[in-house]
Write a protein that binds this ligand. Structure first.
Ligand code: NAD
Length: 389
């Protein structure tokens, strides 16, 4: 079994799908590992570290053509997908839903057709890590969580760096500094880490989520929970928040507006799986915030929680509020993000590895594979309801 890991081509991407430590793990399974030269440049892992673990360097085109398995962070383009061997597996964030990167327009819910068509044509088995079920068994392969956790941390560190005041309270002979007020909207994986990080840094934290269990988790980390009576909310079977009705959203925005206005930092992490993110902070609320306050919108890539956010950029409003819309904040800590991500991929391979036959073993009824595999043997095999819209 030959694994090839090419360099990432996206400009903002600093993560890699393989670290030297993961080479060791994969070699122990009997997998031959090949990398493109310079793979670890952005994570400060020189090629020699990969080679010392037993990897070999190979030209990108040759690597793609010869591999039985390819690891990636971002999806390969259609042209490169067509170069892959029939029956080879591609494992990574395959972005099966269109994600919009510009401002203003709504993202579409349709699958990313050109890439999927290319995988079908080339007979490539496409395994999309964002589609892994959020179950206890699959936790070790859950790249959405491993990356969201780091993004939540970065959101707070970035906000603290841009903010004009410190986060903790300080009582000194020169005067007393009050703690910064941080409001976290959306207490999933990223939101929980944002709360924990802001608390560790001494901020006073308030949090809101539509799921009661998330509010209880926020409280267990020392945050104050904002409770808004929205009527029936709850979660889907997969543990994701249910979409609110327009009336519920209006009620939420009205109830949380004052908390935003009173906060130094607002961190928004509310996403809806495979769909456009809900608009939670409108321009009038941004206008009511103090000069110098910071908003970090982790949902910027999928439409944004905040009116006026620009994906991939930092904008300062007329009243001096900085809205940070950088996509994939985990890229600010590429070494740890790559370490976690590469582990997620290696854990997936190891989980389905047939040691005797020294090969990846497919089981069409396995819930993890049913969730994550998009294409196989030239057919689109994923039954997620979002693809049938
Ligand atoms: P996510 O990125 O889809 O959303 C982030 C948060 O935003 C969620 O907590 C969601 O409830 C919240 N949200 C949605 N609409 C909102 C609104 N209008 N206002 C405020 N908040 C809103 O979610 P995620 O972080 O990927 O995961 C969500 C949950 O999935 C986790 O908290 C957990 O319960 C579950 N999960 C389970 C596992 C597992 O069992 N292995 C792993 C990861 C996550």
């Amino acid at each position: 079994m030959l694994l090839f890991v090419p360099n990432e081509l996206e400009k903002i991407e600093r993560r890699t799908a393989l670290t030297p430590a993961t080479v060791r793990k994969l070699k122990a399974l009997g997998i031959e590992v090949r990398i493109e030269a310079g793979l670890g440049d952005s994570t400060d892992f020189p090629d020699d570290l990969y080679l010392a673990e037993g990897a070999q360097k190979i030209d990108r085109e040759e690597g793609l053509k010869s591999a039985d398995m390819v690891f990636c962070v971002n999806p390969l383009g259609p042209e490169e997908l067509r170069k892959m061997k029939r029956g080879a597996m591609l494992l990574g964030f395959l972005e099966p839903f269109h994600v919009h990167l510009g401002a203003g327009e709504a993202p579409s819910d349709t699958p990313s057709k050109a890439r999927i068509d290319a995988m079908l044509e080339a007979g490539v088995t496409g395994v999309s890590v964002e589609m892994m079920p959020r179950t206890t068994l699959a936790q070790k392969m859950d790249a959405i969580s491993s990356q969201a956790n780091l993004a939540g941390y970065v959101a707070v560190v970035l906000a603290a760096e841009r903010l004009n005041k410190i986060l903790p309270m300080m009582m000194t002979p020169s005067g007393t500094i009050s703690p910064a007020k941080v409001f976290v909207i959306g207490v999933g994986v990223a939101g929980l880490q944002a709360i924990a990080t802001a608390k560790r840094m001494g901020a006073r934290v308030t949090a809101f989520d539509t799921r009661e269990e998330a509010l209880e988790q926020a409280e267990s980390l020392g945050a104050k929970a904002l409770r808004i009576d929205l009527g029936e909310t709850g979660s889907t079977d997969q543990g994701y928040a249910k979409e609110l009705t327009p009336e519920q959203l209006e009620k939420q925005r009205a109830a949380q507006g004052k908390v935003c206005a009173d906060s130094d930092v607002v961190i928004c992490t509310a996403k809806l799986f495979g769909r456009k993110a809900p608009l939670l902070v409108k321009a009038d609320v941004v206008a009511s915030m103090s000069h110098g306050s910071i908003i970090v919108d982790l949902a910027a890539e999928t439409g944004g929680n905040v009116e006026g956010v620009v994906a991939g950029e930092e904008v300062v409003t007329e009243n001096g509020v900085r809205i940070i819309g950088h996509a994939k904040l985990e890229n600010f800590v590429p070494r740890d993000a790559s370490g976690m991500f590469a582990n997620n991929l290696a854990n997936f391979v190891e989980h389905f590895w047939d040691k005797e036959a020294s090969t990846f073993k497919f089981d069409d009824e396995d819930p993890i594979l049913k969730g994550a595999v998009l294409t196989r043997d030239g057919k689109f095999v994923n039954e997620h309801p979002a693809f049938n819209k």
